[in-house]
Design a protein around this ligand. Structure first.
Ligand code: SF4
Length: 250
């Protein structure tokens, strides 16, 4: 795999400077001051990057595409996005990887029905990717879709119930097999997803509320909304109660 001999500290510093330079308009609120926060970010990033570089499965695989744009047509819509990584493993299987740096470890159960990764797998099979300066049909059949949970490379700083000091926090790859029939199933699902998105009704995805930045503003989560629901409940409950009492009397 390319890039495994890079100077991680230098590469990280250059990448960070580049990002900070591009997004000057975004104000940054430092927790303990710029210097201290940047030092702790760097030490955390190097811990994770070292874990990534030293992970055997990463070293053995061949990256076919990285940060690659795709497009795929479906029912008159053009769906586009960027795929984090497609790699070929030593057993010749193709794996589609999405990197996650969030705090919470994603669940394998949710991954099976993950719309985002299913769309990527669908696009690799039936759509086009942008590579070598032009759009090409990739026709790649992905055998597995995976989330690469970067924080699994964090190291325990002391002995605890989940691990010993110096050990990594777990396995970074959370994977599910992707048989061809699932892409056909997803095609059906995609039609429904597009209908939902393009209709003018709210379709809250409550499984994401825990991580959502709009939680405080969202009607589907707010007390106002709940108060409204409970108000309806108060109207309905006496009627239900009455009906059941009538039933008992008969
Ligand atoms: S808080 Fe609201 S907007 Fe955010 S995920 Fe939940 S339902 Fe959707």
């Amino acid at each position: 795999m390319e890039g495994f001999d890079l100077d991680l500290e230098l590469t990280y510093t250059q990448a960070l400077q580049e990002v900070l330079g591009i997004e000057l308009q975004i104000p940054i609120r430092w927790k303990k001051g710029a210097e201290e926060d940047l030092a702790s970010m760097q030490s955390h990033a190097l811990e994770v990057l070292n874990g990534y570089v030293n992970y055997n499965q990463n070293q053995a695989a061949t990256v076919l595409y990285s940060e690659t744009k795709f497009r795929v047509r479906f029912k008159g819509m053009l769906l586009t996005g960027t795929i984090d990584q497609v790699r070929r493993n030593v057993d010749h299987t193709l794996e589609l990887i999405d990197f996650k740096s969030g705090v919470q470890r994603p669940s394998k159960h949710a991954l099976k029905r993950d719309w985002q990764l299913n769309l990527y797998a669908y696009a690799l099979r039936y759509g086009e990717i942008f590579t070598g300066g032009s759009w090409v049909r990739s026709r790649l059949r992905v055998h597995r879709t995976s989330i690469y949970f970067l924080r699994a490379h964090e190291i325990y700083k002391r002995d605890g119930k989940y691990g010993k000091k110096g050990e990594e926090k777990g396995c970074p790859l959370i994977s599910v097999e992707k048989p061809s029939w699932e892409l056909w199933q997803f095609r059906e699902e995609l039609g429904n997803i597009i209908k939902m998105i393009t209709k003018d009704w709210a379709f809250p995805n409550n499984s994401a509320c825990g991580y959502c930045a709009y939680r405080d503003k969202c009607d589907d989560r707010s007390a106002v909304h709940l108060v409204h629901q409970y108000a309806n409940l108060h109207q309905v409950l006496p009627e239900v109660e009455l009906e059941s009492q009538k039933g008992k009397q008969v």
